[in-house]
Design a protein around this ligand. Structure first.
Ligand code: MSP
Length: 507
């Protein structure tokens, strides 16, 4: 049995609509899912909504709704991200799905049975925004960096013996240096583990919106404990062991930097305690601001993905988010930066290339890809650039350096544009004696476009398809085979279409 490539996004709190910041992880997950599918691998890409807990409970109360009604209202907004961003998630999980709740109870019962969960009294601070316990003395009145004021909590709770797993998780980190990435995050988490692990409260008893705790239904299971389990309940745990074995462990959990501790310490320890392998990797990305500020409704700077895609198209948004900031670092979204990249990278570089090459093939070869003759150094140099991109494409993608991967692809785009200027097809066309040479030049350029359509396929799927349609490339892209130079046959009929990226005005 071969294991599927399994990639996840965090499940999003169903208390407010998705914005460009929350859309980011889903875009990245989609690139990985598409890339692995194009390589012929079985892939499972899971996303969904986190619907229990105090945060949803409180938000619903404020709006005079039941928590379930609020979640039912907001969950579709997250599901809509699939068409809005051209996502190819294989499933969308909700933590209110009965199958998920059953998985949570099953895992929890295992931990009770193994003595890893015990009853106690929690006294301490809690940030409802993070749904997390805040480690600070009673008189400290701490605040949360992200959400401000925190609450004082005194409740009877059940605790998970996280402290018992300190050595196990340390050993796991040591044995798997790529377990958490980027490396700076790995070191941060590792140092915190070395500082000691305290048992963590995993139930709440002061409100009732969650999965009831097996055997003590006055409690609901802590929302993080519940939510993390989506990664296994979404692939068949506990009732479909065959499906579960085909997917688990997840190849990568993509998460924002704010939730790295839950994913790289609490979650693997829960799994180890339950006798399940930890995920293979947790990759933490940075945060987006908008116009230099934290994304916030009160600041009025929230950018909704559908507003951007309705106006500029899906792929430009994907391109901008993947290209603008090196994966792992923080970055800023502004329409000024977005339209700049749209007009320069997409319009001037890529769109213009496609347009001029196809116009020339139409004009001089009646819309049929011409035969190529022997290569001159200038042609060989173009081919060499495309060939050099391939290994760097694979390497950077393998390291999740998406911005660099796109930069590599654009080296080929820019070289192809420079090649048009160097070879001057319009001058060649003036003399019938140069017909063979003109064929070589335009044939090489069509081949370049074909290869670009393959390189771009995981990132800009719609643009990739558009280019393929226009150049008459047939069938689905297959990686890495289709990245070899020479896949487009002479005689292929092209079908020039409308410009891919009509110029837009800067705001
Ligand atoms: N429900 C939890 C996750 C549970 S996973 C088992 C949660 N939800 S969230 O909706 O608050 O955040 C979801 C993801 O969106 C997190 O990875 C978070 O880092 C990310 N982002 C939220 N705002 C963001 C930005 N402004 N920029 C980038 N990512 C952002 O946490």
């Amino acid at each position: 049995m071969t294991k599927a490539f399994y990639v996840t996004t965090p499940i999003y709190y169903a208390n407010s609509e998705p914005h460009v910041g929350t859309a980011y992880t889903s875009i990245v997950a989609d690139v990985l899912a598409r890339y692995h599918r194009l390589r012929g691998e079985e892939v499972f890409f899971l996303t969904g909504t986190d619907e229990h807990g105090q945060k949803i409970f409180r938000a619903a109360k404020e709006q005079g709704l039941t928590p379930k009604a609020l979640a039912d209202q907001l969950c579709p907004k997250f599901k809509e991200l699939t068409p809005t961003l051209s996502l190819t998630n294989d499933h969308f999980i909700r933590t209110t799905d009965p199958a998920h709740e059953h998985a949570v109870k099953t895992l929890f019962s295992r931990l009770i049975a193994s003595g890893d969960v015990y009853k106690g009294q929690y006294k301490g601070w809690y940030c409802t925004g993070c749904e997390g316990y805040v480690d600070a003395p009673a008189d400290a009145k701490p605040t949360c960096e992200l959400h401000g004021a925190v609450d004082w909590l005194e409740e009877e709770n059940y605790f998970f013996r996280l402290s018992k797993y300190r050595d196990r998780i340390l050993a796991h980190f040591k044995a798997n240096p790529g377990f958490v990435e980027p490396t700076s995050r790995y070191n941060e988490v590792l140092n915190r583990i070395k500082g000691g692990l305290e048992d963590v409260s995993v139930s709440r008893s002061s409100f009732d919106w969650g999965v009831p705790l097996p055997g003590d239904e006055k409690h609901v299971i802590w929302v993080w404990f519940d939510a993390l389990i989506n990664y296994i309940s979404g692939v068949g745990f506990p009732d479909d062991p065959e499906r579960f074995a085909r997917h688990w462990p997840a190849d990568v959990h993509l998460v924002g930097k704010d939730i790295i501790w839950f994913h790289s310490v609490i979650w693997p320890c829960m799994l180890i305690a339950a006798g399940i392998e930890p995920p293979r990797k947790v990759y933490a990305h940075g945060w987006w601001t908008v116009n230099g500020d934290k994304i916030s409704k009160t600041k009025g700077n929230v950018v909704y993905p559908r507003d951007v895609t309705a106006k500029y198209g899906v792929d430009p948004l994907r391109y901008f988010m993947l290209r603008e900031l090196p994966f792992g670092l923080d970055g800023d979204f502004s329409l000024t930066a977005f339209t700049r990249r749209y007009n320069s990278d997409l319009g001037n570089d890529l769109g213009n290339l496609v347009n001029r090459v196809l116009a020339l093939v139409e004009k001089h070869f009646g819309g049929v890809v011409p035969e190529q003759g022997a290569y001159e150094p200038v042609d060989a140099a173009l081919r060499a650039t495309f060939e050099a991109v391939v290994p760097r494409y694979e390497e950077t993608l393998g390291r999740y350096e998406f911005s660099l991967t796109l930069e590599e692809i654009w080296k080929a785009v820019r070289h192809a544009n420079a090649y048009v200027d160097q070879t001057k097809p319009w001058t060649l066309a003036k003399d019938p004696a140069n017909r063979g040479r003109l064929g070589t030049v335009l044939g090489a350029l069509c081949e370049g476009l074909r290869e670009l359509s393959c390189l771009l396929a995981p990132f800009l799927p719609n643009v990739s398809e558009g280019i393929r349609r226009q150049i008459g490339a047939e069938g689905p892209v297959r990686l890495p085979g289709d990245l070899a130079w020479g896949g487009l046959a002479a005689g292929t009929r092209i079908a020039k279409g409308a410009p891919l990226f009509p110029r837009v005005d800067a705001p």
